[in-house]
Structure formats: C-alpha cells, structure tokens
Design a protein around this ligand. Structure first.
Ligand code: ASP
Length: 291
C-alpha cells in the first residue's frame, strides 16, 4: 500500500538554474510538512492547506508573499481547495494582498455555504476569518522582490490519506502584469483543481489554455473511466497540445496512492512523499518514473 501520499508542485514554468536548489528545498519542506500533518492525524485538507501555506510563505513562487503585481501594480490572488470525499470546494479570486489565500479558500469551504468568493467580498471575508480566530494574521511581510519564475507560476498540492480520501489545492497571483480582475484556471473547479473519491489533481501553466479543456476534471474523469493516472495525465496533456498552445502541467493521484506528473514546460518542481517510497522524489524535470 502506497498510502498516505502527499504531492506538491511549484508551477509549470522556467526557473533560472541558480534558484533550483532553494526551490526544491521548498517543495520538499512543503511535502514533508503536509505528510507530518497526516501522520499526526490531520485531514487531507489540513495537509494540503499546510503544504500550500509553506510555499505561499516563501518569496520563491508567484503566490502568497511572493505574488507578482497586476497591470495596475496591485496584488490579486487566486486560491482553491477541494475535499474529494465531500465533493466540496472553496475558492477565492482576485483577493487583494493577503499572505495565505489558501486558508481563506478553506474558510469559504468550511464556514460558508458558498464555493467561490471574489474581490472585495473575499477581502471582507478575510477580516471575518481573522476576527473569528479561524487563522491568524501573517506576521511576515511581502518583500517586493521580483518574481523568480521567468513567466508565472502557481503552487499546488494533493494529499491522499490511508483511507484513500483525497484533497487538492492551488494558490497563485496569476500572470505578472495581468489585467486587473483576470482570473485563470487555478481557483476554478474542474480547471485548475479537482478531487472526488476516485482521484485528485492540481494543474498549473497557462490558465487560459487549461480552462479550454477543463483539464482537471478531464484528468479525473479518465481515471474514473478506468485509465491509470499515468495514462490519464498523458491523455489530457496530449489533448492540451493538440487543441491549444499548451504550456502546462499537472500532478494527479488516485485513491490508491498512484501518482502521475506531467508537464510540457522546461521546469515544474515537484516533491512526492509516500509511505512506499522510503526515499522521496524531488525534481525540476520530467524524470518521474512512468509505467
Ligand atoms: N495557471 C496559473 C494562471 O493562469 C498560472 C500558473 O500556473 O503558472 O493563473
């Protein structure tokens, strides 16, 4: 049995070589923190939120504290988290300049009867979340360093617990210089993120292309139809290449703990931790063992 499993990605993009080590250290730490949450009896949602939180906390990725600005010089963030077992999700879009939009997305899921909250409504909800003590205000401040990825990147995570329950999530500031109000795939159910009782997925890359093929939902659908995660990931990547200009990637896991990783960009940092893999897997490039 491979379960439990935690998989983390730091975006399908291009990173300068000099940052690879720090980036891989970060995704490794995120996966380890997510796994230790599961080992201490936390839920898959706790594990995903924690793993993404770790990546939002660094300024290595264009998410959370490392977010890039839109055309008007403002930070707008998108995040989503989904509980496959309950088939419920929470998402925030174009929320302004908070450190951990993934926690606000979790709040939407757990404490509201809604699934998606945008803009000023999301910022108001953030104040409510803090006032209720659901999560604490971040102490670290944004440092305004230039984004490290040459284009954009998103962080994402999946967790599958020992009972096969799955959660998935993602967090991003989208494309640097994007139109104010622009929302990509990352917080859209079935595009950037999806999870049910069979499989879960977190996508990254050109959001406008990912949206066109509802990449996340399709990847999970293929697993429901009997493909292995590896075949399902290959199928959606090839559809993406055939029907769009591509430039994306995904992490996909099923309820048995099988994991697939695919991307057609130069880099996508990933970390995979499972009880079967005594040595964890960390890579920037597609060396992930395929069937
Ligand atoms: N998919 C994200 C977006 O389009 C960006 C990324 O994954 O790098 O907003």
């Amino acid at each position: 049995m491979k379960l439990p499993v935690v998989v983390v990605h730091g975006g399908a993009t291009v990173f300068d070589d000099k940052y690879h080590e720090d980036i891989l250290t970060s995704v490794k730490e995120a996966a380890e923190r997510g796994m230790s949450v599961l080992e201490r009896g936390g839920s898959v949602l706790d594990a995903v939120e924690t793993a993404i939180w770790v990546l939002e906390e660094t300024n290595l990725f264009t998410a959370g504290l490392g977010a890039s600005k839109n055309r008007d010089g403002e930070v707008e963030l998108d995040a989503m988290i989904m509980d496959g077992n309950r088939l419920q999700s929470g998402a925030v879009m174009a929320v302004q300049d908070i450190a951990h939009p993934v926690s606000l997305a979790r709040y939407v899921l757990e404490r509201t009867s809604n699934s998606q909250i945008v803009g000023s409504g999301a910022n108001k909800l953030y104040e409510q979340m803090l006032a209720e003590g659901y999560r604490k205000e971040e102490e670290k401040q944004r440092t305004d360093v230039a984004p490290i990825a040459r284009e954009c990147d998103t962080v994402g995570a999946l967790a599958v617990d020992s009972k096969g329950r799955i959660a998935a999530g993602s967090s991003t500031s989208g494309w640097p210089g994007k139109l104010p109000g622009r929302v990509g795939d990352s917080p859209i159910i079935g595009a950037g993120v999806y999870a049910n009782d069979i499989a879960g997925v977190s996508c990254t890359g050109k959001g406008e292309q990912i949206l066109r093929i509802t990449m996340g939902r399709m990847a999970v659908f293929h697993v429901e139809q009997g493909l292995t995660v590896d075949q399902a990931a290959e199928t959606v990547m090839s559809e993406l290449r055939q029907k769009t200009t591509g430039e994306a990637g995904l992490i996909l896991a099923d309820n048995q703990g099988n994991v697939a990783i695919r991307f057609d960009t130069p880099h996508m940092p990933v970390a995979v931790l499972s009880s079967e893999m005594k040595t964890s897997y960390y890579s920037m490039v597609p060396e992930w063992p395929r069937e």
